[in-house]
Design a protein around this ligand. Structure first.
Ligand SMILES: Nc1ncnc2c1ncn2[C@@H]1O[C@H](COP(=O)(O)OP(=O)(O)OP(=O)(O)O)[C@@H](O)[C@H]1O
Ligand SMILES: CC(C)(CO)[C@@H](O)C(=O)NCCC(=O)O
Length: 319
């Protein structure tokens, strides 16, 4: 693993090729069909049944072991306190990585696989996009070019949300973001009601908390996580995926007059590409280098993708 495994002996991780990793699937059954995978895939991400078998079944088996262990610990603590009234809290999985690296596809595939475990757990998925400050505030604070940077999120709301989930509150609300309008949808929320597992996905989930207004240090979002995954790839590849996705969206979503990027569907191919290159270089790449990649070493598991979006290497933290 060129960038990940300089000297494994002194690294907190163990490194596996995709082939080695796939062996850990053991007898985990394949519970998804090709059609179901087609529906879960994001634009541009070629995940298929082979990839689910190669990578995701072993991951599902590993996560099942973690969930079981945390339930055992929960029961032991109940016995320790001799208290039956302690409520079980959801197991939270964080998924981090660059814009356009494929976090949403991974999160959706995992959600479906985990929900198909024999115990049929209730699995919910939330992205941190909903916790971005509305464009109105970003404009006022001159932060429109900083969308996705730590200061563009409502960190207090993120922490309140996770702390509500972790304290087993019923009906915890999360705001919703629209990629079409490029803004938080006013007054729209999803309600999360005591799931067994919550998958929490976003570029910022492994970042330290710092309230934008007063710079005060607050807890890490990941203090609430039971397991954290980082999706990794060479920055040149992610760049290519971002541009390809933008150019595809230009032919599809941007045609919608309600799209924030509608004007880019009217531009020539070259001008649109120049816009995409600018957004990548000035916002997303900067954010990757300054704020996202530095959080990689905080993950329990790193999935490293190669040229065709397929995972080539896996790093698992030694306990
Ligand atoms: N401007 C847009 N218009 C419509 N859909 C978009 C737009 N930008 C992104 N999307 C879609 O919204 C989803 C999430 O996009 P986002 O930029 O949050 O991706 P991400 O989660 O950072 O990247 P990925 O899931 O690829 O890691 C993806 O399926 C993407 O294809
Ligand atoms: C919403 C985020 C920050 C994260 O998903 C990202 O998709 C984004 O909009 N980045 C800002 C630059 C851009 O438009 O690509």
């Amino acid at each position: 693993m060129d960038q990940l495994a300089p000297t494994e002996k002194y690294s907190p991780y163990r490194f596996f090729s995709a082939e080695q990793w796939s062996q850990f699937r053991a007898d985990t059954p394949l519970t998804l069909t090709g059609d179901e995978i087609d529906r879960l895939r994001s634009l541009n991400d070629p995940v298929d049944l082979e990839e689910v078998k190669r990578i995701y079944l072993s991951l599902s088996r590993l996560l099942s072991a973690h969930v079981e262990a945390s339930q055992l610990l929960f029961r032991q603590r109940q016995a320790f306190f001799n208290a039956q009234d302690i409520v079980k809290t959801p197991f939270i999985i964080g998924i981090a990585g660059s814009v356009a690296v494929g976090k949403s596809t991974t999160a959706r595939v995992l959600k479906e696989l985990l929900a198909r475990w024999p115990s049929s757990p209730k699995v919910d998925l939330i992205t941190t996009d909903g916790f971005l400050l509305p464009n109105e505030i970003l404009r006022r604070e001159n932060l429109m070019e900083r969308k996705g940077f730590p200061e563009s999120y409502d960190v207090g709301a993120l922490l309140r949300f996770l702390s509500g989930i972790k304290s087993a509150q019923s009906s915890v609300r999360a705001p919703v973001y629209s990629h079409l309008t490029y803004d938080v949808i006013p007054g729209e929320f999803v309600t999360i009601d005591r799931p067994d597992i919550l998958i929490f996905e976003g570029i910022n989930v492994l970042q330290p908390g710092k309230l934008p207004k007063d710079g005060k240090i607050v807890p890490f979002l990941s203090d609430f996580f039971d397991f954290a995954i980082y999706i990794d790839a060479d920055e040149k590849l992610i760049h290519q995926w971002y541009i390809q996705r933008f150019m595809r969206l230009r032919e599809t979503a941007f045609r919608n007059p309600d799209s924030f990027f509608h004007r880019y569907s009217q531009l020539s191919q070259d001008s649109a590409r120049a816009i995409a290159e600018g957004l990548w270089a000035n916002i997303n790449l900067k954010n990757l280098r300054e704020n996202i990649l530095p959080t990689r070493a905080r993950a329990d598991l790193i999935l490293r993708k190669g040229a065709n979006h397929l995972i080539e290497e896996v790093a698992l933290r030694k306990l």
